[in-house]
Design a protein around this ligand. Sequence first.
Ligand code: DGJ
Length: 345
Amino acid sequence: MKFLKNYEIFVFILTTCFIFISCNTAKKKHNFSNSIITPGAVWRDNNGNQIQAHGGGVIKLDDTYYWFGEYRAKDDNPLYRYVGCYSSKDLIHWTFRKKIQFSAPDGFNPKTWVLERPKVFYNAKTRNYVMYFHLDDNHYRKAEVGVAVSDSVDGTYQFVRHFRPLGKESRDIGQFIDDDGSAYLIFESRPSGGFFIAKLSDDYLNVDKQVSFIKEPLEGGALVHYKGLYYVMGSHLSGWRANPNVYATSKSIEGPWSTFKNIAPPDSNTYGAQSTMLLKIVGSKKTSVIFMADIWKPKNLWDSRYLWMPLQIGDGNMWLPEPKPWTLNVQTGEYTFLDQGQAKN
Ligand code: DGJ
């Protein structure tokens, strides 16, 4: 009997130690894996929900980043379209801020209208947040942009107008804010056989003037100004299917642009992703450029994934390294690639 009691105490102590050690290991694992970006993995917000910000864009206001994109949950009401808004201080941990709801504008079928690739600009003069999105019908024939305005970043965005920028058909849109604060809309225009870079009007509610037309049939257009050169990039036109994304450079945003080159081995089809934005991080030690892209799952758009990776960029070259987990310090601008082993431990 006495022996049994000692034995029980021994088992109890052993079990307690085991639970303590496993909990600590699990905690470490959790914390560590929380500080990394794993391209293609499920990316969760502060509530544990899969981030819904597809075809999106990121803006920085003071020390906070805001990520807007298509919110495509499984249980969405089919009469509305939604834009997800998330915030972060480090570009890794994202707090859900709002699911912004839009009804079909007049003249659009409420059940089948399309809202894609939303991008938000902050206008310091009007203190308004101005959202642009690709607005279309289910056959992609209207080819317009929609504009919505809010007086706070995650507030109530009021739909204000829709139009064809510069009178041109416009499908995929991209956003670019230059170092001097000027705001540009990038839009693909099929009949023109290329894509436009256009400056926004003072109040951002309109497209003021064409700055560049790049006669290359590309969508998912993105632009970055890095060390005195503009790098423009986009994907070829293959619907939701990934293809080799390409880039060109110019000393001026007005061009002329160099010939286009692949950003990754062409047979990788950009590792299954399509460009949506080039995000520049100016840190105290380094300026890094992040390739933000979507890995689309057209039959389950809600489960589409994100491929975010730092680019090798400079002297007119741009290259997307093979995706792997990485971590970022937004203060210094430095990033570190982690091997799979590190990312798991
Ligand atoms: C490719 C675009 O880049 C996507 O945003 C989406 O519009 C699909 N085409 C639709 O086929």
